[in-house]
Design a protein around this ligand. Sequence first.
Ligand code: GAL
Length: 689
Amino acid sequence: MKANKIITTLSKTIDVKRLKLIGVFTILSIIGTGNLVAQTVWLDQLDLSAATQGFGSPRKNKSVDGRTITIAGKAFDRGFGTHSESSLLIQLDGKATSFTAQVGIDDEIKGHEPAVEFIVYGDKQMLWSSGIMRLGDTPKLCSVLLTGIKRLELVVTDGGNGNYYDHADWADAKFQTTGVTSFPTVSLVPSEPYILTPVPSSKPRINGTGVFGVRPGSPFQFLIAATGDRPMNFSAKNLPPGLKLDSRTGLITGKLSSPGTAVVTLTAKNAKGKAEKKLRIVCGDRIALTPPMGWNSWNCFAGEVSADKVKRAADAMVKSGLINHGWTYINIDDFWQNHRNSKDQTLRGKFRDENGNIVPNSRFNNMKSLADYVHRLGLKIGLYSSPGPWTCGGCAGSYGYEKQDAETYAQWGFDYLKYDWCSYGNVAEEILKNNPSKVSSLSYQGGDNLSVAIKPYKLMGNYLLQQPRDIVFSLCQYGMSDVWKWGDSVNGNCWRTTNDITDTWTSVKSIALAQDKAAAWAKPGNWNDPDMLVVGTVGWGNPHPSKLKPDEQYLHFSLWCLFSAPLLLGCDMEKLDAFTLNLLTNDEVIDVNQDPLGKQATCLQTIGDLRIYVKELEDGSHAVGFCNFGIEKINVSYKDFEKLGIAGRQKVRDLWRQKDITTLNTKTDQLNIAVPVHGVLLYKFTSPK
Ligand code: GAL
């Protein structure tokens, strides 16, 4: 103990005076006559891959972008460059005496008013905090004594600005130890995939939504999604006039000429049996009555998307069987248009023809035939634009051509438009006329001014409504001006509530925690969109298996279902592994998302790091997610059912395992709950008849 103190004081003095330490594994001093040898262990000598961070991989001795770590002009040779929010757990087991570092925001980050806070926790107690730091702040010295500490956590928060892509540095970071030369870093969540969804029966089951909205006169396309052995025969009782069913494929097409509701009984039959399900067809002014389900090209292909890749994604949607679980849309994101200054010649060409019609780039060419191809598979197709002159990636946007673009999309046969704010913040005609290439792609300018924020969406929303086909309108402006409060008024069907997601726990967690404020505005035809699913092989042009651990993926998917979020896969559809496929084909879990009541779950109770989300379902039952956001396994004997709005006798079903687990009396009984770290139990509570 005495020796430790001496070492601590000694090493602190050394840090403060900044004496140059010799060598990588430097032996500092030998105290007294004993064989206790103090060591300096640099943070960058540890395995940093266990760190979770907002985006990308942790960097050793470099900034996030791979440059020399630099804070307010001061360069450092060593350290850990990380994207906020970030967390690194280090198992010290009492063998460290102190930790020191110089912390701050790296000079390489620009824009968006970066802010972070560095926090050091020892055995869950806060030992040190930097306070909020901003770009340009001089490095702060972090110096903590660690004697007796078993587990250390180095955290970088978002500094309250909600961004998880600020660049933070733990520069010159090192430990003084009692003699050990390294420490293990800890990943708390097991990485071994495990399967929960039972294999679907060979008998028919009709899956997917039970309610479908269409506008009078619009082309009708609805595929009866069903699992079970093929061949399968489909029939429909009470199908309104104007619609016809292909009994072999289950595809219903046609047109309804007047408003009204029809309750149709769908039947699917195969050699093993028969299934029935009611479908409510609502012909009126609202569409997307349940959250859209499908795929979007951005999170896997980003700027590398092409018609061929889109077709292959559509083929894979069918071949993988996902189509039989209700997965429907194949959405092209940015980069189907020509680019303003890309070196890639496949993206260069006229933005518009002589009549002002948007021209797809050479990778796409014929958008109508692509749409036909996707429709022939029983799927639907979407695309992407910006109300500004440029998309976020720098391709041609719709500014000034909104009406024409809406008409073109309809003529091509598109069913979905994602409309991304991007350069709209820079809409200043003079600048554009004089020098279009000076306009930056992404700007949040004006987004906090309600009338400016609404204007471009209202314009496009109206034009889409005038088209002779239903086009789901997806607003993408990252939640500015509380879009959930006015999205419906501009004919929006869904709207992003938060910034872009990445495949990291910190990203998923911070997005998930930001959803409750918008929940009250979710309803059939209007969905809060926490961004796409980061499961499977993702990577924005740099494909890799999602960095989310299996439990994190179960939690991510469960939450998105509880949130009634659009379910848009962002992965390479040709690389669906068994785990991912299993995760995406649990019909009882998907039913929570597609429930026709259209409510969004909110967190009704927290017990430590356990957050309990509850979603009311149309049949009076409740879907409940017991979600562990913490870093320890949670075991609870749960009895606060009243707080969840659940009363009386209840049957409890585990939806992931598709198994009834108990029937209980909410007044007298308890439910034993064990939730893994970053994991979930998704239960359905139903009053037995
Ligand atoms: C972002 C948007 C992403 C993707 C990207 C394309 O603004 O949030 O989802 O669409 O633009 O450039």
